[in-house]
Design a protein around this ligand. Structure first.
Ligand SMILES: [Fe+2]
Length: 256
């Protein structure tokens, strides 16, 4: 289970996304944790995740063998959609986070959880950020949606009004799509949110009777609070990824 999104509401200056992606030094233990996480998730994902994720995984070349270096991953990803995974040391202020997304640069934590944290990690690690998020960035439609969400977030944050209710609304859209989104696919409900892809417990909950799965409706999502400290009891299902584009386009018009 992941406890929190990548960004915080802090307003301190941040320039993490401009760091060069120097090689990160992983130990055998780090690679072993990645391998265990990868090999535990894949059998369940084959039957529960969107095909877009499985295609993206192959496109960017992720495997259980080793934690990827970002440069190698980007060499396969960037020519396809313009997206890059860029290193960040941890939580980012929301303004910097969304501005980075608008540039098609996904802030990525490169550290990996410890063997004691296989099932629960408070902050994103590379398994959440790279395995959970980055494969979808190889899909042109999702890539466009995420960059447009970033541009909207950067625009809102440039107003520097923390009381603007649209900031909360955009955080909800991000949470219920990018992190915990569900999609109708192959005659059933499939997961595409990174918090579900990277966590067996969250995914199992999302597809169980404990979670109410509602058809995606933009205004319902913007009005739906979420709690990062517990399993989700309400999630939203898009009929296809075009709904994401339509949602972000509607917000662009509404907030212009
Ligand atoms: Fe995430």
């Amino acid at each position: 289970m992941l406890k929190a999104p990548e960004f915080s509401s802090a307003t301190a200056a941040d320039s993490a996304t401009t760091q060069p992606a120097a090689l990160f030094d992983y130990t055998g233990t780090h690679h072993a944790v990645w391998r265990v996480l990868f090999e535990r998730r894949m059998p369940a994902l084959e039957a529960t995740v969107t095909q877009v994720f499985l295609d993206g995984l192959a496109t960017i070349g992720l495997s259980s063998a080793a934690i990827p270096q970002l440069d190698a991953l980007n060499a396969r990803l960037t020519p396809r959609t313009g997206w890059r995974a860029v290193p960040t040391p941890g939580f980012m202020p929301a303004a910097a986070f969304f501005a980075s997304l608008a540039r098609r640069e996904f802030p990525t934590v490169r550290s990996v959880r410890t063997p004691q944290q296989l099932d629960y990690v408070e902050a994103p690690d590379i398994f959440h950020d790279v395995f959970g998020h980055v494969p979808l960035h190889a899909d042109p439609a999702f890539a466009s949606f995420l960059a447009r969400v970033g541009a909207l977030g950067a625009l809102l944050r440039s107003g520097a009004n923390d009381d603007d209710p649209r900031i909360t609304e955009l955080a909800r859209l991000f949470w219920f799509t990018v992190e915990f989104g569900l999609v109708h696919e192959a005659g059933g409900t499939r997961i595409y949110g990174s918090g579900l892809i990277s966590s067996h417990a969250d995914a199992a909950n999302a597809l169980s009777d404990a979670c109410e799965r509602r058809p995606f409706a933009l205004d319902a999502v913007l009005a739906q609070p979420f709690d990062v400290d517990r399993l989700q009891d309400v999630l939203f299902v898009v009929s296809d990824f075009r709904e994401l584009d339509e949602a972000v386009a509607a917000l662009e018009r509404r907030w212009a």
